[in-house]
Design a binder for this molecule. Sequence first.
Ligand code: SAH
Length: 718
Amino acid sequence: MSDVNIKIDSSHESTNDVNHKSADNTDNKCANNYVVKVEMTRQMSLPTNLTSNHLPANSAPFLSPPQSTSSADPVHDLPPELLQQGWRRFWSKREGRPYFFNKVTNESMWDMPNSSGQYDPITDPLGIQSPVPPTPTDPVTPTLPTNFGHWPQRGDKRSLSMDDAITGQPPAKRFILNGPFDLEVHTNVIIWERSPLMLFHAHPELEALRAILVTKLRQQYHEMCHSRENIETPKESFNRWLMERKVIDKGCDPMIPSDCYSEMSRSMYNEIMNDIPIKLYKPKYSGEARKQLSKYAEAAKKMIESRNASPESRKIVKWNVEDAFQWIRKTLNATFEDYQQRLAHLKQQCQPHLTEAAKASVESICTKIYHLSCEYAKKIYQKNIEVLTADGLKESGPLRVQNPKKVFCYPVVLTHPCPKLPPVHIFTDKDMTHLRYKNDSLRVSTLYLQKLEQLYRYNCFDDRKFNLFLTRVWCLLKRYQTWFGSNESTPTQGALPLSVFSVLQKHFGVTFECFASPLNCYFRQYCSAFADTDGHFGSRGSILNFYPVCGSFEVNPPFCEELMESTVDHFERLLGNTSEPLSFIVFVPEWRDPVPKVITKLESSKFKRKHLVIPAYEHEYRSGLQHMCDKNELNVKSAHGTLIVFLQNDSGFLKWGPTPERVDELIEAYKCGRDKDIPILSPPPTPINNQKSESDKQIISESGHKLDDSTVSVSNCE
Ligand code: SAH
């Protein structure tokens, strides 16, 4: 994957205007020294370049004071309360007038901030102790969220990260990253302002510890399945358990469950039970069917003899097993169907007794894993506190928004302060970039690193200078690696084809994915599993904690039944609670044997406007490893049909309803290979001519990730 191009499509300023020097040196010390230097021309492409920090014009405080000024120290020539809040005065060479920059919140303004109406972002991050009460807003006219200390406000200098729709101002300069996504689509999703989440900021030390503990828990689960039930761990069941627990967990770890009202996980219990006494698969030939029948019979016999079962259960199982063996011996010319029928019969007779015999032991695996999980979550919590204390910080209490307004949705904000983050090392090797913290090197394709950079630019407001960017990317990659597990299988991460997203956006007004990650998202706004690592890159947190009142959504959930069911219940409540247009287009696997509850719920929903099925093998998914896999492994044929259901309230139906023309477009977009029609710009050719001009050389040397020598040892990275 190397389809990269960053281009500047409009330029209102000269290059020099963004090439300033910091006035307040202390403010600009970088954790990573993620170098700020811009050399840009119109339509110039910057191939691999995180370095070239196409910074928004207002993203850093740069001083260029006028030659004559009445004050000896114009930077600090402000009322004391403004100085205390972090405000400083600077000079804009471009505009030829002063502006004001807040070194604590990174906000900048043309006009002098009003000290009386301001709040201290440190002691009062929500502005809730402000003497000026927030004005109630017209409920149908969304505004910007009130701020969490650093959210840009109306009247601020334009930031690239703010929606044009919100500010109504023309973009100052825009960098468009071309790739298998469209990060330029503005949101039409409106929410009530929400309280910051009680989560710690991600930190490499914590991610490393979480990875060790999750791997250990996975291993313990694996060993228990083996030693107690004599089965292999059901594939992906640990990850489904994590997702199922998260539906009800109220604990403080973003990944490891620790506060669930029921200790016993139904999903884990059912998945283990389903493989007892052996895992059954669909045989292809009668030889295989015969073998499976005798294997099941043997395993059932062995199990009932070795467990604490009632004499009645033993008798029934043994009799049926004996009967099956006799049938196998006698029936020499049995067909494939005969074997299958016989197995179904044997299973029907034995399974209730086997389940009863295994019940206590399987339950004890589920509770044991949950208890270990609580223990590990506690360890991580303690380590979080240690990290904060070492920096002289404390966790904060809950923060609430008073008089919430309707606003365009915005990325999650965390209550706890961010500790100092250590630097990570970066090394780019062809299309892959490696990020290393201590001895742990993680890889991501360079294009996707650029995608993350763009998402960060649009969504992150506490690090305008990108000082923490690489460390946060490392944490993000580590989190997902930990979640995927060592075999890097990612069935929970498969995405819809780009052509489908494109049609959803164009014809159904979709601007938001309800299930995504920063790595697989198509839009710049989406919900994801991990608010703490993903929020800086645009996540609005878990879908189950997200309450939109208006907007058009695409919904492609991971295949975890409990999560899918809760999501549909959640949508029904949302649709019933608003009269503004709301639409969810849901994509789920078309399982019919047995029919999962989620399908029954979807098909019987009073908000269902239409449903259709795209048949198995006639459509594709994008690989869950799209951020690091080979081009030829990108699209994977779907082995199951996909059921598409339109859930819409009346106004959602009026605005984005599934008209025959729109549905035809959608079906057309689903045809295999349509992704090839979506234009993705190729990377600029690598210069091979040794006679490069000075300016060429400049561009090329700018194209690597420029970091301070003290924090990067490129040649040492593997
Ligand atoms: N965004 C792509 C791929 C979806 S794959 C698409 O819409 O086609 C499903 C995604 O849901 C995964 O990335 C998974 O990490 C994420 N996910 C898991 N639990 C979630 C939750 N509670 N809320 C939102 N996203 C979640």
